[in-house]
Design a protein around this ligand. Structure first.
Ligand code: F6R
Length: 614
């Protein structure tokens, strides 16, 4: 939610900042802006709309050369997405420029204090207030770092602030509270970014910051202090992916590229999980065997697609470990006063590692003495940092706003967790765990097989360009797949789409069915015959009412054909692992339908990757 870049070095700051914004644009695309420090003055440009509007404005009216600068791409919270509300914002005398991600909760009172003192604010944002306060501090003789420390003491809420001072081109200063920020460490240059993709083109060395810290970057150094001014050290790490991972690789959309990357992402997420003697081993598992043996309840918290991964995890965890599992939307969790204690394991699933709802939920869980295990794709992000243990998913950067490979690799991590717990608790024999690991290791090949049939799914999507409503049905582990298929279609094609547990249909939703309505049906594998037969009844019920049934069925299951208007074949896999293959055609369908409808697949309207406000 909002992308932030800061640079000081020897290169043209404008180029570095704009390139960084391009890579961060998936975080928000309501407006974009830059501020450079050039010859003792600020040079700024900002525009509503996508980054391209800003680039055009700069091409029409070039900014002066400068080697220090900041930039911002916005997902609007306070104030409409127009030019005046775009960041950066400047202080009253245009000496300080500031960009911001988050929400300053006491901004109304600070604003009226400033207005009473004669300040004229140009925007409706909470950010501009911080810019004015910061400028007051530097005007009274503080350097930008001291000024930032003074200002953060007055702010309430969650924020990342990054600022420059026109009279001090040597530094860029940032503050972080409950909102993401990482430092990129270069040679003779340093960077700030909401995530590492902002500077991956220039350096793969990064520094993770803690909460409530102020960081100052100069050409030659990085210094970090806590909000109370005491020196601090961040954790330095090497980013294990490179620029090519942040490029589209010949695909029209990042999302499409990421769908096709899934076999590799799943394989990478399974790498190195077994010891030579065949035991499962999770190296970021910092919970002892005894702590895991004490677990008598698991609560999974997550949002959106990650929540659906959690729903699948429930089936696997309960089946393999016999520990009861609840799955809860992170945004609802702490408000219901959940029953937690030291023997409850809270599993927080988050691709970005920055989702504010999930972060607040894990903080609540930890205050109740529960252990928190994060499943996360982003090294250096807040959620794993604040958790007791973490399983990283190794999907590589996910840039398309709609999650795809993030989801599949979360499923893998959930299966690994379930098997690991089963191993530690002794609820499954070693050879059973071994067998499932073998089946998981086969999954990349099965996903390849589904992807190889992409053209038929694309053709199907093109036939649905005028469709206004689509339903998705599933049972058991196929139910979350149905929900995920519907979510992908809502976010990308902007059409009405709903997922249902097939058995629930007759309790109300079947009233939605009318002639020609497309209904995707995720059919459980054969062998789970009761489940599958009940699904077949559900398919017959909607078809009898005129629905067009599009059935995702495993190969060899021909009993379904009489009731299917369209059949999409899935490889034969165990029922618990079926989501790994069943969701892929639904991703392809949504991606292609949105493309033919002329939508921006990577940056759907109103959305942003990494939702850092509650
Ligand atoms: C949907 C999507 C979102 C995210 C949700 C949680 O395609 O991407 O629903 O899954 O915002 O995000 P993370 O996993 O980063 O916590």
């Amino acid at each position: 939610m909002c992308g932030i870049v800061g640079y000081v070095g020897e290169k043209q700051a404008q180029d570095v900042v704009i390139e960084g914004l391009r890579r961060l644009e998936y975080r928000g695309y309501d407006s974009a802006g830059v501020a450079l420090v050039a010859d003792g003055a600020l040079a700024t440009e900002k525009r509503a709309g996508k980054l391209a509007n800003l680039e055009k404005a700069i091409a029409d009216r070039p900014l002066p050369p400068a080697t220090t600068g900041i930039g911002h791409t916005r997902w609007a919270t306070h104030g409409a997405p127009n030019d005046p509300n775009a960041h950066p914002h400047a202080g009253a005398g245009r000496r300080v420029a500031l960009v911001h991600n988050g929400i300053i909760e006491n901004f109304a009172e600070l604003r009226s204090e400033l207005e009473t003192a004669g300040h004229h604010l140009l925007s409706e944002t909470d950010t501009e207030v911080a810019a004015h306060l910061l400028e007051l501090e530097v005007d009274s003789g503080a350097d930008l770092t001291q000024a930032m420390l003074a200002v953060v003491g007055r702010l309430e809420g969650a924020f990342t602030l990054v600022a420059v001072d026109a009279q001090d081109p040597s530094r860029v200063v940032a503050a972080r509270r409950n909102s993401p920020l990482v430092v990129g460490i270069g040679e003779g240059e340093n960077f700030l970014g909401s995530d590492v993709s902002a500077f991956i083109e220039h350096t793969r060395e990064a520094l993770e910051l803690g909460q409530d810290q102020v960081v100052t970057i100069t050409r030659d150094g990085v210094s970090v202090v806590g909000f109370d001014g005491t020196p601090a050290v961040g954790r330095r790490y090497h980013v294990d992916w490179d620029l090519s991972a942040a490029e589209k690789d010949g695909h029209d959309w990042f999302m499409r590229k990421e769908i096709y990357e899934q076999p590799r992402a799943v394989a990478d997420s399974l790498l190195g999980r077994r010891t030579p003697d065949g035991h499962l081993h999770l190296d970021e598992m910092r919970l002892s065997d005894q702590e895991l043996r004490d677990v008598d309840k698991i609560i999974i918290i997550a949002c959106g697609t990650s929540f659906y991964a959690g729903m699948v995890a429930k089936y696997a965890l309960e089946h393999w470990t016999r520990v009861p599992v609840e799955v809860e939307l992170a945004s609802e969790f702490r408000y219901r006063d959940p029953i937690l204690d030291y023997s409850t394991l809270v599993v927080a699933i988050s691709q970005s590692g920055e989702t504010a709802d999930t972060l607040q939920a894990i903080r609540h869980a930890r205050t109740q003495r529960s252990k928190v295990l994060a499943i996360c794709n982003t090294n250096g992000s807040t959620i794993p940092r604040e958790s007791d243990a973490v399983i990283y998913t190794h999907a590589g950067p996910e840039i398309g706003v709609a999650s795809t490979k993030g989801f599949l690799t979360q499923l893998v991590a959930c299966y690994l967790l379930a098997l690991y717990l089963a191993q530690v608790k002794g609820t499954r024999y070693g050879d059973e765990i071994d067998q499932v690991m073998g089946q998981l290791e086969e999954m990349p090949r099965h996903i390849e097989q589904v992807l190889a049939a992409d053209q038929a799914v694309y053709e199907l999507a093109r036939e649905h360009v005028d469709t206004r409503s689509v339903l998705f049905l599933g049972r058991h582990a196929g139910y979350p797949v149905a929900l995920e298929g519907a979510l992908k279609l809502k976010e990308l094609a902007y059409i009405h789409a709903e997922g249902f547990a097939a058995g629930e249909l007759k309790h109300g939703p079947i009233a939605l069915v009318e002639g020609g309505l497309p209904v995707f049906c995720v059919v459980p594998p054969q062998g789970r015959d009761q489940l599958r037969d009940k699904m077949v009844s559900g398919i017959q019920e909607v078809r009898a009412r005129g629905a067009r049934t599009i059935c995702l069925v495993e190969e060899g299951d021909d009993a379904i054909t009489p009731y299917a208007d369209v059949v999409i074949r899935l490889p034969k896999v165990p029922v618990l692992l079926q989501p790994l293959v069943a969701v892929v055609p639904l991703q392809l369908f949504a991606c292609e339908l949105a493309t033919v409808m002329g939508h921006d697949v990577d940056q759907p309207r109103n959305l942003a990757k990494s939702v850092t406000v509650e």
